[in-house]
Write a protein that binds this ligand. Structure first.
Ligand SMILES: CC(C)(COP(=O)(O)OP(=O)(O)OC[C@H]1O[C@@H](n2cnc3c(N)ncnc32)[C@H](O)[C@@H]1OP(=O)(O)O)[C@@H](O)C(=O)NCCC(=O)NCCS
Length: 200
């Protein structure tokens, strides 16, 4: 699959999607933290505590099992998506699953960038031999629920009062999508072989 993808957002600006590199650490943390400050959507545990930790995290990411991509407008990073193997790949029973989280900075929402990031990650997961993609979404996040539904994800369950926000609680929806993995790419075969070894 193509590593870089370009397209025009709904406001006409050109966006490039590409794999993240360690020099993106600061911009990634700024994007994710700007969302976290809204205290409505984002959990931070997937990201480094500071720039040095994030650099180390990106440098050490096993790209056969995990994907970290960014959306850039000219030289500005405007969003990112992480697709990480379930349970950090430590459980053979869940190695076929990848978990997704994505974030756009506020001025770049509603422009069709989220659907393109999600599409990229679905193609990657399929090519790498994963069988299923999951995402956890707060029930208050109508836009994200719409994004995932339109991409073919279905609701698998609701965890009631999962997130405490001050004095109230928010439910979390588990959304999932099965993939139609084809045998083919060398990486995909290697991944499937390692899955097999892990399950033995
Ligand atoms: C959620 C997010 C990734 C979506 O990406 P986006 O590029 O803004 O998505 P878009 O609005 O372009 O597209 C999503 C779809 O949701 C629809 N939508 C937008 N606002 C909506 C709302 N309030 N209620 C229902 N649907 C809505 C849009 O119509 C669009 O469908 P369309 O393409 O058929 O028109 C992005 O807004 C974001 O980063 N939000 C903050 C962080 C976050 O919530 N991350 C997800 C955590 S799982």
């Amino acid at each position: 699959m193509q590593k870089e993808k370009r397209f025009d957002a709904k406001n006409g600006i050109q966006i490039m999607i590409r794999p993240a590199n360690p020099d993106d650490s600061c911009a990634i943390l700024n994007t994710v933290r700007s969302n976290a400050l809204e205290r409505s959507y984002v959990l931070m545990e997937q990201y480094g505590k500071d720039i040095a930790a994030e650099r180390e995290y990106i440098s050490g990411l096993d790209s056969k099992r995990n994907l970290l991509i960014v959306a850039a407008a000219a030289s500005d990073l405007v969003g990112c998506l992480a697709a990480l193997q379930a349970d950090a790949g430590m459980r053979s029973e869940t190695q076929h699953i990848v978990h997704i989280g994505l974030h756009l900075s506020e001025p770049f929402r509603g422009l069709g960038i989220g659907p393109k990031l999600l599409e990229y990650s679905i193609e990657w997961a399929d090519a790498m031999g994963f069988k299923k993609i999951q995402a956890n979404i707060f029930t208050t996040n109508r836009r994200s629920l719409s994004l995932f539904s339109k991409a073919g994800f279905v609701e698998e369950g609701v965890r009631q009062n999962r997130i405490r926000m001050g004095s109230h609680y928010v439910n979390e929806v588990l959304m999932g999508k099965m993939l139609q993995t084809q045998a083919g790419p060398g990486e995909s075969r290697a991944f499937n072989q390692s899955l097999h070894r892990g399950a033995a």
